[in-house]
Write a protein of this length. Structure first.
Length: 462
């Protein structure tokens, strides 16, 4: 070993490392040119062309699905796509609604959306000790109101704002707040199928004595009090919803995570007793884990605050300050649309419009699937009429395919099957919010799936 080091000195190592680096750089440059020569311009370049042509017709959209040839040699850093052990087809994971589509917008905003938090700041448990929600950062509360005012999607007057670690925590806080502490049996919690797949598991995870998941609201017939969750636009199918249980004694909770103009026309300001929102789907900052509730009744708001206090003793101040900043940038972008990067909602609305056109074209070409149809409505915020472009595609596999999730999995597309949403296996939910590159590979693959070929793949897998 000692003689090895005598022969192979530090200087030799440095020279070797330099040579390796030069050859690596050369290879990267060479392979980039090579792959562009084979596959056409890189996805980034194509995306640039896309942006200048966001109102392209559906016919053009169909053409573009053909143009997109996924590069089999490139692997992605995204968690939603992996290369299989043969290095061939990528597995596209669109099971979760991870909103990475928004990264491109926030990258453009640069310093405007950046905050710096000195080491001494945000140290106390308290944000505003005297107020009902004592852990709510006043700056964040101010930006919530500004944003709702400019978008016009929710009434904020005479409401208490309660902040939560995501709207997931607020959902649990609402259940706690609405359940009588001394009832003889747990309060029933229902939502019309297809419902958001997390409601049943979150509701029942602790087997609470206070409340209990009672399934599809459409078939709910039990007497007595209940909570009905109204998700509008709905996850998974994107439809605008109203309550369906027609009985007295019910309390409505409106989950409005997707009531934003990139997904749905804003017809009027929502004016319900309990409304839940989240940055996860409005600005795309799911990792911040911040949601807010607008609550009319003071006692309900107080009990929700109590729950968050018992559960996590408040909500991260750092996250709230960051959320305040991104909401401020989102609102300013609407107020001053001439700004370099434009408004968040214009950006996201264009991307969603384009993605839905591509998806519908791919579905038509394949001939194996159907999608929900939506009627156009006037959006008072964007001042135009358009059909909803939901954050999820609720895809139905037509006969003879019985299990849509398994069928797509055999084509290396991971989705969430209908049974998670209280319906049959012929449906799947597909996230529409992943990065451009992943989405492009997905629609390209969907458009070229043919029944016989897929059945053969399926048989080989089994
Ligand atoms: C309808 C609905 N509500 C709530 C959530 C959870 O939001 P958060 O990330 O703020 O916990 C989601 C996330 O997918 C959702 O679809």
């Amino acid at each position: 070993m000692a003689s090895f080091f005598r022969v192979f000195s530090l200087r030799n190592l440095l020279v070797l490392s330099l040579a390796l680096n030069v050859s690596l750089i050369w290879r990267v440059l060479y392979e980039k040119e090579d792959s562009e020569a084979i596959n056409g311009p890189s996805l980034d370049n194509k995306r640039e062309a896309f942006r200048t042509d966001s109102m392209a017709s559906e016919a053009q959209a169909t053409q573009r699905t053909h143009l997109y040839i996924p590069s089999s040699s490139s692997s992605s850093s995204s968690s939603s796509s992996t290369v299989d052990s043969n290095g061939r087809d990528r597995v596209i994971n669109l099971d979760h609604g991870d909103p990475t589509m928004y990264e491109r917008y926030w990258q453009q905003t640069g310093d405007k959306s950046t905050i710096v938090i000195p080491g001494w700041q945000s140290m106390s448990y308290f944000s505003d000790a005297g107020s009902l929600c004592w852990f709510l950062e006043p700056e964040f509360a101010k930006e919530i109101i500004r944003l709702h005012k400019i978008v016009g999607n929710a009434v904020t007057e005479d409401r208490h704002i309660v902040v939560g670690t995501g709207s997931t925590q607020l959902y649990q806080a609402v259940l706690y707040a609405l359940s009588p502490p001394d009832a003889a049996e747990p309060l029933s919690v229902v939502s019309a199928a297809p419902y958001y797949s997390s409601y049943p598991s979150i509701t029942d995870c602790l087997k609470s004595g206070l409340y209990k998941w009672a399934g599809d609201a459409q078939s709910f017939s039990k007497e007595g009090p209940y909570i009905e969750l109204v998700t509008s636009p709905n996850n998974p199918d994107g439809h605008v919803r109203q309550s369906v249980v027609n009985k007295s004694g019910g309390i409505l909770v409106h989950d409005l995570a997707y009531y934003w103009p990139q997904y749905s026309p804003i017809a009027a300001a929502a004016d319900h007793d309990i409304m839940l929102f989240t940055v996860s789907k409005s600005t795309g900052h799911a990792g911040m884990r911040i949601g807010w509730a607008l609550v009319k009744d003071e006692e309900v708001a107080k009990k929700m605050v109590k729950y968050v206090e018992l559960n996590t003793i408040g909500v991260s101040k750092d996250s709230q300050l960051r959320a305040a900043k991104v909401l401020q940038v989102a609102t300013d972008g609407c107020k001053y649309p001439a700004s370099e990067e434009g408004s968040l909602f214009d950006f996201a609305a264009n991307v969603m419009e384009e993605r839905w056109k591509l998806l519908r074209a791919a579905v038509r070409q394949s001939g194996l699937f159907t999608l929900p149809e939506f009627s156009p409505g006037l959006c008072r915020f964007l001042n135009s009429s358009f059909a909803p472009r939901p954050a999820f595609a609720w895809l139905k596999c037509e006969a003879p395919i019985e299990d849509c999730e398994a069928f797509l999995r055999s084509n290396k597309i991971l989705t969430r099957g209908g049974k998670h949403f209280g319906v049959g296996p012929q449906y799947v939910r597909i996230s529409m919010l992943d990065r451009d590159e992943i989405y492009d590979v997905f629609v390209q693959r969907l458009s070229t799936i043919h029944l016989r070929q897929s059945m053969q793949v399926d048989e080989t897998v089994e």
